[in-house]
Design a protein around this ligand. Structure first.
Ligand SMILES: [Zn+2]
Length: 248
């Protein structure tokens, strides 16, 4: 009788052990399976768009520009777009929740399950918190901060152009198209934004420093920030970026 009890106990402990190990491995798997949200941070012209698109291809994650999303919703006159337009017409800022609604609407429609790369959002600590609430702890956040010197930034911005059709960015000095003024990918004309001048850039930098720098501190405190030296060539910066992500 005693032997049977000992055998039973042994069996029970083994079974519990197996169940426990299984639980452990599946919870580990869940952490790994969490969707990855990469947030591109950095002053305008630091290369967020270019590197975000490159990274998107490498990680096989969609690159979402909230600016493009915004314009698309307004153009297609979606309910969210109409609502956004109301605020714009009244000269008010669109509320953070509306931008988040557009973002999650887009994610749901496209069934993005593994994560995405965000370009242009969040811009403020308040927006970061709104995003975090909506993600509800289901995603791993990495904020990539592209750090760049002001003089180089000015040089970059005043030389940048973009495809009028597919929005591929180019730079006449640092990343010129094969044929001047023409998109390599689709053959459409390239254009320069009217506000890509030294004066406007300096104004934008002041706004950026006031608004977005606290965001860098915010992610830093949460241990979700990766700083990238963005002062080199495209290749060097991208290589720095991969190192920061532990991908190289
Ligand atoms: Zn194009």
């Amino acid at each position: 009788m005693k032997k049977i009890i000992i055998y039973l106990l042994f069996f029970l402990i083994t079974a519990l052990g197996v169940i426990f190990m299984h639980q452990m491995s599946s919870s580990k798997k869940n952490i790994k399976d969490k969707e990855l949200v990469v947030i591109m941070l950095g002053p305008p012209g630091a290369g967020k768009g270019t590197h975000g698109i490159k990274l998107s291809a490498q990680l096989n994650l969609p690159h979402i520009s909230t600016g493009d999303l915004f314009r698309e919703n307004i153009k297609k006159e979606t309910d969210l777009g109409k609502e956004a337009l109301k605020y714009i017409k009244e000269g008010n800022l669109t509320p953070d929740n509306l931008v988040i609604d557009m973002l999650f609407d887009h994610i749901k429609k496209n069934n993005y399950k593994n994560g995405y790369i965000l370009d242009g959002f969040p811009r403020t600590v308040n927006q970061a918190q709104t995003l975090e609430n909506r993600l509800n702890n289901k995603a791993k956040i990495i904020a990539l901060s592209l750090d760049i010197d002001k003089s180089l930034l000015l040089d970059r911005i005043t030389n940048r152009v973009m495809c009028s059709k597919c929005h591929t960015p180019y730079n006449n000095k640092f990343m010129p198209p094969k044929k001047e003024g023409i998109c390599d990918k689709c053959g459409a004309e390239l254009f320069q934004r009217k506000d890509d001048t030294k004066e406007v850039v300096e104004q934008r930098l002041v706004a950026y420093n006031n608004e977005t720098k606290p965001l860098i501190d915010y992610y830093n405190k949460k241990d979700e920030l990766k700083s990238v030296d963005a002062n080199g060539s495209m290749e060097v910066v991208y290589s720095n970026l991969l190192k920061a992500l532990d991908l190289k």
